[in-house]
Design a protein around this ligand. Structure first.
Ligand SMILES: [Zn+2]
Length: 226
């Protein structure tokens, strides 16, 4: 296994426990990237999200039910703030049905809320294997930390953007070289501002703007093709 960001095989591995009690091995590279070592596969990824296990885990962790309705409220607030922030880049409105474009959602689970908004939801096991084409805007919300292969996903996104298109993604900013991560089994990657910008650069994007105002713990990046 190589570091997904810099390609090094020379990284440290430490046994850890995630916040739900799962035993994991955390790999940490000198470039600043940390990830769960040999943990998740496309099959376990699909099983995890389609079974709804992640909502049960979050519910247990927070001590209150985290069902579709709670999930929706949480996502709606995020989407509203994000779309307002993105407004200068010609994404208008507060929910996907008001974007006024031809949106499509790519998700490991068929999303009933996306369908209710009239947004086409393309159900895929993992974004990395999904071919994207001809999009003026690609918005990856609270997703990068969950990907199985960020480098591969960013190449797919690069291919899927029109030449003047914009790409937004966010990360849970864990701080440079911090070892006090909030480890979660469904978060394969632990990025910080430095490693996020390295990914942008290595993938062939140029950073246009960034924000930490969308919610309490995410850092967002808006990019164009270099
Ligand atoms: Zn590395």
């Amino acid at each position: 296994m190589k570091c997904n960001l810099c390609g090094s095989r020379n990284y440290r591995k430490d046994p850890k426990q995630d916040r739900y009690g799962h035993l994991i091995e955390l790999a940490t590279c000198d470039c600043g990237l940390s990830w769960l070592h040999n943990y998740w596969t496309p099959e376990t990824n699909r099983e995890f999200y389609t079974s709804g296990r992640y909502r049960d885990l979050i519910g247990l962790y927070r001590g209150r039910v985290f069902d579709w309705v709670e999930h929706y409220k949480d996502q709606y607030l995020y989407a509203t703030k994000l779309l307002n922030w993105l407004d200068p880049w010609e994404i208008h409105g507060a929910t996907p049905c008001h974007i006024g474009a031809d949106p499509e959602k790519v998700d490991p689970i068929a999303d009933t809320f996306a369908m209710r908004w009239g947004v086409e939801c393309d159900s895929v096991d993992h974004l990395e294997g999904h071919r994207l084409e001809g999009y003026s805007h690609i918005v990856l919300c609270r997703t990068v930390d969950h990907l199985l292969d960020i480098t591969e996903a960013f190449q797919q996104i690069k291919q899927g953007l029109t030449s003047d298109g914009v790409f937004y993604f966010d990360i849970l900013d864990q701080g440079p070289y911090s070892h006090n991560f909030d480890l979660k089994i469904d978060h394969q990657y632990y990025l910080n501002d430095l490693t996020a910008k390295m990914y942008i650069d290595r993938a062939g994007f140029t950073l246009v703007d960034s924000t930490d105002t969308i919610d309490d713990n995410h850092m967002g990046y808006l990019c164009r093709l270099s």
